[in-house]
Write a protein that binds this ligand. Structure first.
Ligand SMILES: Cc1cc2nc3c(=O)[nH]c(=O)nc-3n(C[C@H](O)[C@H](O)[C@H](O)COP(=O)(O)O)c2cc1C
Length: 225
């Protein structure tokens, strides 16, 4: 039965389309994003669900070019440490392959946002007593809303997590207890990647839903890595 609350077919198609065609972008055009559009996108983020309605997301807009440059330097430092760690865990060939990947577009994109967990999160117990990381899950929901709304507007977004949160927090005067969790690069793009860039570049393969789905009990076979 079709629910009487369902959206029209065209509206549903748009939802599934944006979910399927959202991409993590690392190549941008320098065209600035109009302030009204950025506000609209942030409002979409702010509509996200959150544990106990704590709304733990805080966004910092980076408008100072020097600050943007320093953030880029911090990410590059972490990129090199990540490559070294891959080299130790895997092979030097894999490390070299990683170094060839483009993992951010901080200097090219129109807008850089830092998504941060708020401070004083310990006051929020509802839904977090056994799972304190539900604050992180809530900010992730906000980021996903932003990502989807941006794609619908033809704006690309890249999520960069290669940074030292303590260093970045110090740079941006983020108070104790709060924590930056994402550098978000937003901007106009030439085109959207057809597949995840890591697939296009041959770095990773996507696994099907059937690999992730179990009935009743955990299936101890190939499901986990
Ligand atoms: C929590 C999170 C952190 C991520 N961090 C990075 C990152 O530091 N650098 C990067 O290039 N991509 C990063 N990504 C993007 C993923 O690589 C990307 O989502 C994945 O390859 C699938 O591609 P798609 O988003 O285009 O579907 C991150 C994605 C998520 C959800």
């Amino acid at each position: 039965m079709t629910s009487p609350h369902a959206y029209t077919e065209a509206e549903q198609a748009a939802i599934y389309k944006v979910i399927a065609e959202r991409r993590d972008m690392r190549h941008f055009l320098p065209t600035p994003i109009p302030t009204a559009l950025l506000t609209k996108l942030l409002q979409a983020a702010h509509h996200a669900p959150s544990v106990g309605l704590m709304q733990p997301w805080r966004f910092i807009r980076v408008t100072n070019p020097e600050l943007r440059q320093t953030i880029h330097t911090q990410v590059n430092e972490e990129r090199i440490k990540t490559a070294q760690a891959i080299g130790e865990f895997d092979t030097t060939a894999r490390m070299a392959e990683f170094m060839r990947l483009k993992v951010e577009g901080i200097l090219d994109c129109g807008v850089v946002l830092i998504a941060t967990l708020c401070d004083h999160r310990e006051k929020h117990i509802f839904g977090r007593r056994t799972l304190p990381e539900m604050d992180m899950a809530s900010v992730s929901c906000a980021i996903q809303n932003l990502w989807l709304a941006a794609r619908a507007e033809g704006i690309g977004m890249g999520w960069v997590s290669m940074f030292d949160p303590e260093k970045l927090a110090k740079l941006l005067n983020i108070p104790n207890g709060a924590k930056p969790i994402a550098i978000l690069c937003l901007g106009y793009v030439n085109s959207f990647y057809k597949e995840p860039m890591l697939v296009e570049e041959g770095w990773a393969k996507e696994r099907p839903l059937s690999d992730m789905l179990m009935d009743n009990f955990w299936q101890h076979d190939e499901k986990s890595e």
